[in-house]
Write a protein that binds this ligand. Structure first.
Ligand code: PLP
Length: 371
């Protein structure tokens, strides 16, 4: 981790320190409130639960500290993506999406933007620069892309998109701000599903939008307030708690993923192994240049659907579940979610278990399906 990432991590649990007065609780109080005391002109104060909430403010301060930009919190990653699309796009706009990223983003564009007159095209993440960005209002990348883990050069895409008059949105869910800071690389907007590693305990959905452009922040805040897509205070409180340990969990998960990916390389049951940290991975050089860490996701292909299901279900230190980024190692056969991948394709999310024990469990399960 770079010195700046370390100093951000160190300051994170102390952000509220300067605002505490004698007798205040050190842990964040949970404010469950639909209404606030607001006699007369209450401008500048919390007035109504759809406009503001002190627990959201605290989690947004943490996310803003990590992203290096103002943040607006949402009740899920998809709510954050929707806020960017519906807050910024208008009929007649055209946008560009990754063909290999999270499938629901494309479903949102197809099912809900298209009927409003916003067209979209798709392009693979690894060749996202090819073809340029003329005619697009917004380009959206996910890097590393979920689930195939291809990556694209954020700085180069930002430069080319800006030259063509488009804004660049980066879905940073697979990396978290400790793994990659897209705004520093020239992106206009970061969105993320904090449902994943930032919360880390697989018990809430949450998301955020970050941008250094005040008009963008005003537009997505306006969308949240008017559409009512607001985070619950309790969910915000849990994400605040999760963020306090993100650095430690992310460090363990990324370190373990490096060990496990290197060992998977030589296992006879595995083909198509992808992990940006492997020297032979097609993404490796770019990953070294733009990412702080290589992440905690590993993907690979087993011989068949049945072998992949058996591998996941028989591994004693693995949860068979969708989603990723939790303290528990989990895995999913992504073809069952409709991703265009082979039937035996597995996305593995490395958790916080001690790595040697975890590897032994993974190896035993792989040996079990290798006959
Ligand atoms: C890359 C990516 N972006 C966005 C989302 C959406 O997040 P949520 O499920 O919190 O709406 C997901 C969910 O898996 C994701 O993987």
């Amino acid at each position: 981790m770079s010195e700046t990432a370390r100093s951000r991590a160190a300051a994170l649990p102390h952000l509220r320190r300067g605002r505490l007065t004698m007798g205040d609780p050190i842990p964040l109080p949970l404010t469950m409130a639909a209404i606030y005391h607001a006699p007369g002109d209450a401008t500048g104060f919390d007035q109504y639960g759809r406009f503001s909430n002190p627990t959201w403010d605290a989690v947004e301060d943490m996310l803003a500290h990590l992203e290096g930009a103002p943040c607006v919190a949402f009740p899920s990653g998809m709510a954050a993506i929707s806020a960017v699309f519906f807050g910024l796009l208008k009929s007649g706009d055209r946008i560009l999406l990754p063909s290999d990223g999270y499938h629901t983003t494309r479903a949102l564009a197809e099912g809900f933007l298209k009927p409003f007159g916003v067209a979209h095209d798709v392009r693979p993440t690894s060749t996202f620069l090819d073809g340029g960005f003329d005619g697009y209002r917004l380009a959206f990348v996910e890097t590393p892309a979920n689930p195939g883990l291809d990556i694209c050069d954020i700085a180069a895409v930002a430069e080319a998109a800006h030259k063509a008059g488009a804004i660049l949105v980066v879905d940073n869910t697979t990396m978290t701000p400790f793994g990659q800071r897209p705004l520093d690389l020239g992106a206009d907007i970061v969105i993320a599903a904090d449902t994943k590693a930032p919360n880390g305990h697989s018990d809430v959905l949450f998301g955020h939008v970050a941008s250094r452009n005040a008009d963008i922040i005003a537009a997505v805040s306006g969308w949240r307030e008017t559409s009512g897509a607001i985070p619950g205070p309790f969910e915000a409180w849990l994400v605040h708690r999760g963020l306090e340990t993100l650095d430690v969990r992310f460090d363990r998960m990324c370190s373990s993923a490096e060990v496990i990916a290197r060992r998977l390389e030589s296992h006879r049951a595995i083909s198509g192994l992808r992990f940006p940290g492997l020297v032979g991975d097609p993404s490796h050089n770019l990953a070294r240049a733009q990412m702080e860490r290589f992440g905690f996701l590993v993907s690979f292909v087993l011989a068949s659907e049945d072998k992949a299901e058996d591998f996941i279900n028989n591994c004693l230190l693995m949860q068979a579940a969708t989603s990723f980024g939790g303290v528990h190692t989990s895995a999913e056969r992504r073809a069952k979610r409709g991703d265009v991948v082979p039937p035996g394709f597995v996305r593995l999310s490395v958790g916080c278990e001690p790595v040697e024990e975890l590897w032994q469990a993974i190896e035993a399960s792989l040996n079990g399906i290798s006959g």
